[in-house]
Design a protein around this ligand. Structure first.
Ligand code: FES
Length: 125
């Protein structure tokens, strides 16, 4: 495995100058109709809504800054609810609004990975 900022604890690399957004965070909001567990069963919509509101309130939303997006299944359901931040490709597993606020303040605003919320690397679907 190639070391990344998430595994080394170092500050993540800056976005490419050609990148429309500095950072992009995707939230899995998948809801399975067959009764299998999915991120929507673990307050994923609330996490997404909180992140969107906090990014906007902090003045971070928009081109050159941060975009918060909905996503379907990201195939890491066992760790859900999950969100992933690019360009660093840092995966988070969050629980509540405090976790989301920390991701916004630390990573999306200041570029520092929130180590305590990193998704365990072995957890997939
Ligand atoms: S249901 Fe969220 S990662 Fe699969």
């Amino acid at each position: 495995m190639t070391p990344t900022s998430a595994t080394t604890g170092a500050a993540p690399a800056a976005a490419s100058p050609d990148s429309y957004y500095e950072r992009h965070i995707f939230f899995c909001l998948n809801q399975r109709e067959n009764g299998e567990d999915s991120c929507a069963n673990h307050r994923a919509q609330q996490g997404f809504d909180r992140c969107k509101a906090q990014v906007k309130a902090a003045g971070l939303a928009g081109p050159g800054q941060v975009r918060v997006n909905k996503a379907g299944c990201l195939d890491r359901c066992a760790a859900g609810p999950v969100a992933v931040v690019y360009p660093e490709a840092v995966w988070y597993t969050y629980v509540d609004a405090n976790d989301i606020d920390e991701i916004v303040e630390s990573h999306l605003k200041n570029g520092q990975v929130v180590e305590r919320l990193l998704t365990p690397p072995h957890l997939g679907r």
